[in-house]
Ligand binder design. Structure first.
Ligand code: SPV
Ligand code: MN
Length: 627
């Protein structure tokens, strides 16, 4: 954009919006908006400040434009994405790769010049008869050393409204930071619409400029592709964190409540459909965030903040028995956006909601009736399996009082959990930071479910549950983790959990609520108040301690048989896991030698145990190892 960017803004922005934009003393912001206006050619431009009036305007626009429709409960709306726009589009999400830079073979890239030309071609005149919305946010608490300022330009009021629920307002922060060039930019257009959804989904493109920290998103509405501050900014944040020595993670943050009224904070990484939100929402504990965390070492301790202040959660199977707190937020008046559910007479329905469903209604395919089939002949469910709800965390009764603390909360423990039918015990603690990073975080795997991929039980490699969002080679990412807290006197304790262990007949060995006990056990371990048994793969609970916790927390008996069955160390399965994980890391030349040393030690411990006890080691055989 040439020097006339000021003229463009003056000419194209309504007076009020021009004034609001000019109050931000940043040429980089001004040029970004002027370039977008020239490129996308909107009919009008609305610059949104943090004022309740401006924010209300966007919410109303979403309804006026038909992107959202009202439901019977006050403040509730629903939105549909097109049938081909129901999730993050991995294939069409690419990094713009500058000449001479390499990112590793695994990452999806396109030459920067080519990609930029393509996406700018698609964005050209994309907002002709539309209003361009310019919004400012803070990724992380306002006025915090953790936080990243971010500006989004979009022509979707649904996207703008969702961001209101999900991120802290940042207009005032932009005024404060003045001409600091340190912020992320997102430019999104839904493209041409047909029945309120992106018509040209075949030309869906999500391109990430890692050099200039800009995300472009085109011909899509699904929030994971368009709310640029979710996974798209996570990719930018991972690179920034590498440069600056902190971590940007796909993690929840929660407070677990221990004896004497204390709260111990945990961050946890779980792949989708593995109990991440249900862990963060355990009744009796408090939540800070359910998806994205920034972690920094400050004065010798690891602290963390939630990047977001809302939840864009999977709604499938949310029901009054398992999720009473979420259900309360989803059924009380207040701002809720439902997406891709079934609607009938102003009432939303979704798979697994525990309600009796109507035989017809409206869903993401339009008029829906029981038995409706798609083009391939497959039956269309009433509600999409990736249907979502969007709420503010403040709509939940269990929000932790420190959720917005600009200094973050101290991290007592980090939890990694995947869907694993036969290898990991239900809960175990690492021997130290590096052992946890390598054998738990970097070794995280998860099995696909019939619901998601057709073929059940296929193990997918899911290091730190962050693989999909890596913007640096995986070896460098793991090394960054290793270095992050290795030299701290008291790094967070790393734990691994597995809620999905099965018996020979395919039945789960644990009840859904057992996680309540594992959380309390981990909390006691962080404070060194309870013993543990040393096994080749980590430290596991002592039977007698679990008996007490099961009785106190769930009012239930916990038998020796259950304990032995669940906490048996499965040596062949653990050895095979090491093989699988090592073989992935062997392909990446950036993997640090330390990674392989730790894996080797783990293998050796398993071999020694196998010689002594056989393939399957009962925890009762190891009780002499109490530490
Ligand atoms: C996830 O799928 O992990 C999400 C939703 O949190 S999305 O915004 O699509 O990433
Ligand atoms: Mn997520």
């Amino acid at each position: 954009m040439s020097g006339n960017y000021k003229d463009v803004l003056k000419k194209r922005l309504p007076k009020d919006s021009y004034k609001k934009l000019m109050a931000i003393k940043s040429e980089k912001v001004h040029r970004f908006v002027a370039d977008a206006v020239t490129l996308c050619n909107p009919q009008s431009v609305f610059v949104c400040t943090d004022s309740p009036e401006d924010i209300a305007c966007i919410r109303l626009r979403a309804i006026e434009l038909g992107e959202e429709k009202s439901l019977a409960t006050e403040g509730h709306t629903y939105h549909f994405d097109g049938p081909n726009d129901q999730g993050r589009d991995k294939e069409q999400t690419k990094y713009l790769l500058p000449k001479g830079m390499t990112l590793g073979e695994e990452l999806n890239t396109i030459d920067k010049e080519d990609g930029q030309a393509e996406i700018r071609g698609l964005l050209k005149d994309s907002m002709l008869r539309r209003e361009m919305l310019v919004r400012f946010f803070s990724l992380g608490p306002i006025n915090s050393r953790f936080s990243i300022s971010a500006v989004q330009i979009t022509d979707s009021a649904y996207v703008g409204h969702s961001e209101d629920l999900l991120y802290r307002p940042g207009y005032e922060q932009f005024i404060r930071i003045g001409d600091s060039p340190d912020f992320f930019r997102v430019l999104h257009s839904s493209g041409e619409l047909e029945n309120f959804v992106s018509k040209n989904w075949g030309k869906k493109r999500i391109y990430i400029d890692i050099e200039d920290e800009i995300v472009y998103s085109m011909n899509t509405q699904y929030a994971g592709n368009t709310v640029g501050f979710k996974k798209l900014s996570l990719r930018l944040a991972i690179r920034k964190a590498l440069r600056e020595g902190w971590l940007a993670e796909h993690m929840f943050i929660m407070g677990v409540h221990g004896p004497g009224g204390r709260t111990t904070y945990f961050a946890g990484a779980f792949p989708s459909f593995c109990g991440k939100t249900s862990t963060a929402m355990v009744v009796g504990e408090t939540i800070i965030g359910d998806d994205l965390a920034y972690l920094r070492c400050i004065e010798g301790e690891v602290r963390t903040v939630n990047v977001e202040c809302g939840v864009f959660g999977i709604i499938q199977d949310v029901n009054p028995t398992d999720d009473p707190l979420i259900i309360k937020a989803l059924t009380s008046p207040g701002e809720v956006i439902f997406s891709n559910i079934l609607v009938k007479d102003g009432i939303p329905y979704w798979t697994g909601d525990g309600k009796k469903h109507p035989e017809s209604g409206i869903n993401f395919t339009g008029e829906w009736f029981k038995g409706k089939k798609d083009a391939s002949g497959a039956e269309i469910p009433a509600s999409h399996k990736n249907a979502r709800y969007t709420i503010r965390l403040s709509a939940l009764p269990n929000l932790d009082p420190r959720a917005d603390d600009p200094e973050g909360v101290p991290v007592g423990g980090i939890i990694y959990g995947g869907r694993d039918s036969d290898t990991w015990v239900p809960v175990q603690e690492s021997f130290n930071w590096k052992h946890g990073v390598v054998t738990m975080g970097a070794s995280l795997e998860s099995e696909t479910t019939a619901a998601t991929l057709g073929k059940e039980g296929v193990r997918a490699f899911q290091p730190m549950s962050n693989l999909d969002f890596l913007s640096i080679p995986i070896g460098i990412y793991i090394n960054q983790h290793l270095q992050f807290a290795m030299s701290l006197p008291h790094p967070p304790i790393i734990f691994a959990v597995n809620y999905f262990l099965k018996d020979k007949d395919g039945g789960y060995l644990n009840d859904k609520k057992d996680k309540y006990v594992w959380l309390k056990w981990m909390e006691r371990r962080v404070h060194g108040e309870i013993g543990a048994i040393e096994t080749p793969t980590g430290l596991i609970p002592i039977y007698e301690d679990l008996v007490v916790l099961f009785s106190q927390i769930l009012g239930r008996e916990y038998t020796k048989g259950q304990y032995e069955h669940q906490f048996t160390i499965r040596i062949p399965e653990n050895m095979r896991k090491i093989e699988r994980v090592e073989s992935v890391f062997r392909k990446d030349a950036t993997t640090p030698g330390l990674f392989f040393d730790i894996m080797k030690e783990q293998r050796e411990r398993l071999i020694v145990a196998r010689e002594r006890y056989g393939d399957y080691v009962s925890p009762f055989a190891l009780v002499s190892n109490v530490e």
